[in-house]
Design a protein around this ligand. Structure first.
Ligand code: NDP
Length: 246
């Protein structure tokens, strides 16, 4: 049997990029997967179709992470449809660039709402349904430890918040046998960090391995944390950055 057979996972923000790679990987490892998205209807439908089997298919849920009520409904829909919830992956995140003089209150609030508040409230609802062996995994970022470039102070703040939130939740949920961890990718080729953008060469020059990460490499670490072998890891921020910090 595969490592996640019999498990149900919800990936917040699973239609594109790292989130879609996580959906594919958890599915390949045997989990039944639901995922949310906010605007990419076609991409979400395509992903569902590509993973459909005679036994069933992933569930795509349109739910804006900026709205805690939408998150609650997405968790409940997953449990209604699949009967349980074992793994929550908080991947949805946004980066709105802005130098210190240019950040608006709306941009600040939107980044905090999606990158931080949504993570807490998704976990709050999800753990109601989890028992011993439950997994809460959030995609933070290496910018929690090294921002590297100007124009992302608030984004960096949100990702540092995830490291602290992860430690706090690990303490709350440890007695219930639920682990809580934070995956911190370095620059990874997605729509957020396009490999062909003008800044990509500059980014590559800061990475020991000389290349951007691939979405499936991040998904591999998430799969490990979601699986049974990671049972003694909790409260941790695990960096996967090709040596960006090295
Ligand atoms: P993308 O922009 O490529 O994809 C973002 C995903 O999140 C999409 O599926 C998107 O859905 C979903 N999403 C965004 N906002 C919302 C929302 N309000 N409600 C629900 N879903 C939402 O991002 P990446 O794959 O690059 O990044 C994924 C995560 O990894 C983020 O948390 C990011 O901060 C983090 N990260 C990324 C790095 C990188 O270099 N790429 C490096 C370090 C961390 P839709 O398609 O509908 O818009």
């Amino acid at each position: 049997t595969r490592s996640l057979s019999g498990k149900v996972a919800l990936v917040a923000g699973g239609s594109r990029g790292i989130g879609a790679a996580i959906v594919r990987r958890l599915h390949a490892d045997g989990a039944i997967v639901a995922f949310t998205y906010v605007s990419s209807d076609a991409k979400a439908a395509e992903l569902v179709k590509s993973l459909a089997t005679p036994e069933g298919q992933p569930l795509a849920i349109k739910a804006d992470s900026a709205d805690p009520e939408a998150i609650r409904q997405a968790v409940e829909k997953t449990v209604e449809k699949f009967g349980r919830l074992d793994i929550l992956v908080n991947n949805a995140g946004i980066l709105i660039h802005g130098m210190v003089d240019d950040v608006s209150v709306a941009d600040f609030d939107r980044m905090v709402a999606i990158n931080v508040r949504a993570v807490f409230f998704a976990a709050q609802v999800a753990v109601k349904f989890m028992g011993d062996g439950g997994r809460v995994i959030t995609i933070g970022s290496v910018v929690a430890d090294r921002t590297g470039f100007p124009g992302s102070s608030i984004y960096s703040m949100t990702k540092s918040a995830i490291a602290g939130l992860t430690r706090g939740l690990a303490r709350d949920l440890g007695p219930r046998g639920i682990t809580v961890n934070n995956v911190q990718p370095g620059p990874t080729a997605t729509d957020m960090t396009p490999a062909d953008a003008s800044v990509a060469d500059k980014v590559r020059s800061l990475i020991a391995l000389g290349r951007l990460g691939e979405d499936r490499e991040i998904a591999g670490l998430v799969a490990y944390l979601a699986g049974p072998e990671s049972s003694f890891i909790t409260g941790s921020s695990l960096t996967i950055d090709g040596g960006y910090l090295a």
